[in-house]
Design a protein around this ligand. Sequence first.
Ligand code: DLL
Length: 433
Amino acid sequence: MIYNEEFETLPREALEAIQLRRLKNTLERVYHTVPFYKKQFDEHGIKPDDVKSLEDLQKLPFTTKQDLRDNYPFGMFAVPMDSVVRIHASSGTTGKPTVVGYTARDIKTWSELMARTLMAGGATKGDIIHNAYGYGLFTGGLGFHYGAETLGASVIPISGGNTKRQVMIMKDFGPTILTCTPSYALLLAEVAEEMGIDFRSLKFKSGIFGAEPWSEQMRQEIERKLNLDAVDIYGLSEVMGPGVAVECIEAKNGLHIFEDHFIAEIIDPETGEPLPYGVKGELVFTTITKEAFPVIRYRTRDISVLYREPCKCGRTLIRMERVSGRTDDMLIIRGVNVFPSQIESVLMEMEEVSPHYQLIVDRVEHMDQLTVMVEVNEKIFSDTVKNLQQLENKIRKNIKDMLGISTIVKLVEPKTIERTEGKAKRVIDNRKL
Ligand code: DLL
C-alpha cells in the first residue's frame, strides 16, 4: 500500500520538474543563509543561478562530515535558532557528534516520510507499532514515533533496552509491527526463547529494520526466527534521519528513495566522479525541501548502487541496493579490501553458526591479521573438539574461497559476543590504537 499515492508514483518527468524547482530554491536559500555554502560556491566560481538543470548539480562541490564538524554545533543551520524546534545528533565513534536541526515544517515533512516508510513496510492505521529504536538524540526513536502517529497507528514508545520487559509487552500488548535495528531483533528473539515465548504466538506481521548494515541472509534468519516479513530502512541524521529510503514489502528488493525530497547520486569515492545507474559507489544526497539543515551533495560514505527499473509495488521512485558497507568501514587486510558484510554473508550461509560475529584486526609483526569470532549454535557447541576444529577449518576455507584472504577463525560459546540495543559493533580494529 502507498501512503502518498500522488508523490510516490509520479511520472519521471513530473518528478524531475519538482526536483529542479526545489533544488533551485534550496541553493538560493543556503547561499544567502549559510556562510559555509556561500564560501564553497564562491570558491568554485558558482552562483545558485548557474544551476539550470538537474545535471548541473554535478558542478557543485561536495559537503563532508568534516565540514559539519568544522561548523559544530549550529554553524550549518540555515534558519535562526528561534525557528528550530528540534535538535538531534548522530553519535559517531570519534570526537564530537554531528548536530542537526529541524523547523516545525521539517518535522512535518519527516513525519510524512516516516508514515510513507511504515506503510511501505506493511503498516496501516490499524496497527500497533512496537518501536524499539532508541529515543533521544538518535533520530531512530522519535523519527518512527512521529511517523506512526501521522499514519494514525498506535505506537508503543518502548525505546531500546530492558529486553525481557520488551518481550513481556510484546506478549501482552500484541503489537503487529516491530521497528528496531536488525541486531536488536535477533536479541529479542533470543531473549524470548529463553523466556519460553515463541514468536509464532505473537502477532507480528512485519518489521522495519535498519540503522546498520545487514545481509540478505540475515534477513532470512530474522524472518524465520521472528516469524514476520522484514524490510530494510535507510537514513542518516545529516540528511534527515530514518525515512530517506525504504524497501517495499511487496518486492523486498532495494530501497525506494523519497526523491521528491532528496536527490541521490552515486560517485566514485576515489575521484568524486558521478557514476551511472547500476554501478557501485558512494551515495551522495542533496536535500531539496529541508529548511533548518539543508545539505548539498553530502558524501555519506555509504556504498550502494542505484536502480531505476520499475518496481512491482507501483512506486516510480528509484531504488538503492542495500548498503553493503561504508568507505570508512572497509578493512584493508594485507592489501585486500574486505567489508564486514562479505564475511557476514559467508557465515550466514552456514547453518552451524549463529548470526553473532565480531571481526578483530591486529597487526602482528607488520602483518595484518583478521580474526573472525563467531558463535556456534547450542547443538554444535556440545560437539567433540574434533568436529569443532573441522567447522573452524570449513569457515576459514569458505572465507578464503570467497574473499581470497586467510583468517583465524575462533568459534565461541553461544551468547558470548556482546549484544547491543542499538547498532552492533562488528569490527574491533586494534591497528588504529
Ligand atoms: O541510523 C538513522 C536511522 C534510524 C536509519 C533508524 C534507519 C533506522 P545515523 O545514526 O546518523 O542515522 O547513522 C547513519 O547508519 O550513514 C549508514 O552508514 C548506517 N545505516 C543506516 N541505515 C542503514 C541500513 C540513522 N539500512 C548511518 N543499512 C548511515 C546499512 C545503514 N547501513
